[in-house]
Design a protein around this ligand. Structure first.
Ligand code: FAD
Ligand code: UDP
Length: 363
């Protein structure tokens, strides 16, 4: 059998491209995925207690991109939700990102928004140039709040201090002087109503799409005939690490199911300064599922294991650029997604990039 496209990886990148090529261009597509499921890191499943859980950490869908929202809405209805996170700091659970209630709760103050704004202006360290993630935070809220919320969480998560990471890492987190408790400010915030895996099944349910699971593409490459390869795995592995290994951060997930409806007040509690795990996630808060039991997931960052996070810092970017230059020489191969582009991308950005790539593939 000859395919028009071989797609390596059945995550958001692979599934969006397969769906577009199959349905809009009538192309025959084979997706080869080394894991035993589709969905990549956004995969979810019903565990042994029947609770819908996220296999690789919490996936909170949000976007400001109308085209991405409209596109995904063809395949799934949504469960609208506002994501809320608390941080356990100085023995208290306070809202995170830092807002008016965080500061008043922590320090016993009674600031209003204008007062907090003035306070931040007094305590923040002005920086001529924001060069790293430490600068991002101390230039907004000063050193004390930086140390309470960011310094140790970041060290646990990345095994790097914020001062060693690109500004973009901590720029993901807003600072607010109002009482807005939401994690994100995006226009659209919702979970796929029946879960991510259901969404991926809908996307790939097309006669032109075949999926081969539990297969590393390198093991079958010689047996396959295809015109174009779309690669969504780690870019350094594609080139057998010829310039050296790109570093990735991984996580170990510890699941615990309890016989109560909810344990935490919200879906996620961050522990910047206590324990070896970074956060405890109780995803049932945002999936909308009704169930008498609940599952908690603790996340322990590790250096070994599946590559979950590219590590944004200058020397890694320089190494990535070397691979990127090699990639550009290959006209019959496209590199797309969080691992192939070595970018700390959210799901909506990955979908947007894949839709964009689709437009450039010859019709
Ligand atoms: P992936 O999902 O990584 O898919 C790549 C696939 O390629 C994998 O399934 C892999 O097994 C396969 N593959 C690799 N090499 C081979 C090979 N040699 N042969 C065959 N198959 C191969 N985004 C958000 O928007 N909101 C969130 O809240 C959020 N939370 C996250 C939490 C965690 C812990 C993590 C790790 C990520 C989170 N993300 C979140 C990001 C989100 O997971 C990614 O943006 C998205 O899943 C990337 O899709 P992808 O297809 O590019 O990559
Ligand atoms: N961060 C932090 N303290 C927190 C939450 C986040 O220092 O309580 C920093 C940390 O460096 C983290 C980054 O901000 O890796 C991005 O956080 P986000 O919640 O977006 O991480 P993700 O969900 O992608 O793991």
């Amino acid at each position: 059998m000859k395919y028009d496209y071989l797609i390596v990886g059945a995550g958001f990148s692979g599934c969006v491209l397969a769906e577009r090529l199959a349905s809009q261009r009538d192309r025959r597509v084979l997706i080869v995925e080394k894991r035993n499921h589709i969905g990549g890191n956004a995969c979810d499943y019903y565990n042994e207690s029947g609770i819908l859980v996220h296999k690789y950490g919490p996936h909170y869908f949000r976007t400001n991109n109308q085209a991405v929202w409209d596109y995904l809405s063809r395949f799934t209805p949504w469960h609208p939700v506002q994501y809320r996170i608390l941080a356990f700091v100085d023995g208290q659970l306070v809202p995170f990102p830092i807002n008016l209630d965080t500061v008043n709760g922590l320090f016993g103050t009674r600031y209003d928004s204008a007062g907090l704004d003035k306070y931040f202006k007094q305590i923040r360290s002005r920086k001529k140039q924001v060069k790293n993630s430490e600068d991002v935070i101390v230039s907004q809220v000063g050193r004390d709040l930086y140390e309470k919320f960011f310094k140790n969480y970041t060290k646990k998560q990345w095994d790097l201090w914020p001062g060693e990471l690109d500004p973009s890492v901590c720029k993901r987190i807003p600072v607010r002087t109002n009482r807005d408790p939401r994690y994100f400010g995006d226009v659209y915030q919702a979970m796929p109503k029946f879960g991510y895996s259901w969404l991926f099944r809908r996307m790939t349910d097309h006669p032109n799409i075949q999926v081969l699971l539990q297969t590393d593409y390198r093991d079958v490459l010689d047996d396959l005939r295809f015109d174009h390869l779309i690669y969504t795995g780690p870019i350094d592995l594609f080139f057998d690490g010829m310039y050296g290994e790109l570093p990735y951060r991984s996580l170990r997930f510890e699941h615990e199911t309890r016989d109560v409806e909810f344990v935490q007040p919200v879906s996620q509690v961050n522990y910047p300064n206590d324990y070896d795990f970074t956060r405890i996630v109780e995803i049932k808060h945002v999936t909308g599922q009704r169930h008498p039991q609940t599952t908690l997931v603790r996340e322990y960052p590790t250096a070994e294991g599946e590559p979950y996070y590219p590590i944004p810092k200058a020397e890694n970017e320089a190494l990535y650029r070397k691979y990127h230059r090699e990639a550009k020489k290959l006209k019959q191969v496209s590199f797309i997604g969080r691992l192939a582009q070595y970018r700390y991308l959210n799901m909506d950005q990955v979908v947007a990039n894949s839709l964009q790539l689709f437009e450039t593939l010859s019709s």
